[in-house]
Design a protein. Structure first.
Length: 278
């Protein structure tokens, strides 16, 4: 739904988008392009969280001489920026393939864009591997990282609005005297952080989605700035809020589960390590 609302045409609001997708593509339409993200989400998340936590530990070591020392707000912010930069290298090709697969049956208005030889509305890619190979053959490595600047501008503030609210909210709802937050506190703090992060990231997410969808049948945008200007000129400021509700609603449960899994896994591994090396 997010991609269709942000980069598609004729979907209107969220409810109309749901009904249109179901009418035209049945339930399978809601799962288009998900195989590649599902296959890579474990690696992506482990790298992002690993870079964030290890950057925090390094900063604590440099500032306080103890990697286990509580990080300052500035340390959390800097670690978030580093995690955001690293995420782009892994996440851009994955999101590109997902968006191309989701948008390859999207009709385009001939008066607005210069179409390629492929007929709009007909499938271009047979699956994620074929999509990746086709982009590499036609556009090279640069094509695989199409939209990377927009994604960088999305993920750096997005991860700052992800990890900082989580740390602050988790600390706020943790009872006094507790050494660590309980699972419910982690779940709530993670959900709030996810919703806040996606609210901050949505404007640049719209730009990224449009840049990555561009190229299936058309080449409408010259770059990130051109995409922003064209989108604003055609649809006004409201265009940068497309998909906001979908992003924030999905951001709460997905981030809540992510942080809960991360924190519980860390505790379990530390417990195993202490039992193995008393």
């Amino acid at each position: 739904l997010q991609t269709r609302l942000q980069a598609g045409q004729g979907y209107g609001n969220t409810l109309k988008c749901i009904l249109t997708v179901y009418k035209n593509e049945s339930l399978a339409g809601f799962f288009k392009g998900m195989s590649f993200p599902l296959a890579s989400i474990g690696v992506y998340s482990s790298v992002v969280f690993g870079v964030f936590s290890n950057t925090q530990r390094l900063l604590s070591q440099l500032r306080h001489g103890d990697p286990a020392a509580a990080p300052s707000l500035a340390d959390v912010a800097l670690a978030s920026v580093v995690a955001g930069v690293i995420s782009v290298g892994i996440g851009t090709p994955v999101e590109l393939v997902k968006i191309r697969l989701q948008m390859q049956t999207q009709p385009y208005t001939k008066a607005k864009v210069k179409l390629n030889s492929t007929v709009p509305g007909s499938p271009v890619y047979r699956g994620p591997i074929h999509c990746l190979r086709t982009i590499l053959q036609k556009e090279g490595i640069a094509g695989i990282y199409r939209g990377n600047v927009a994604m960088l501008l999305r993920d750096i503030p997005g991860y700052c609005a992800y990890f900082i609210p989580y740390a602050m909210f988790c600390d706020w709802i943790t009872p006094d005297g507790s050494l660590s937050p309980n699972p419910f506190s982690i779940w709530v703090a993670g959900g709030v952080a996810g919703a806040v992060s996606w609210a901050v990231s949505t404007p640049m997410d719209v730009v990224k989605s449009r840049l990555q969808a561009d190229g299936v049948y058309s080449n409408q945008y010259k770059g990130t700035l051109d995409c922003m200007l064209q989108s604003y000129q055609n649809e006004g400021l409201k265009v940068f809020c497309r998909g906001l509700m979908v992003n924030t609603v999905r951001g709460f449960p997905s981030s809540a589960a992510m942080f809960l899994g991360y924190e519980l896994s860390l505790k379990a591994m530390k417990r195993c390590q202490s039992e193995t090396n008393p």
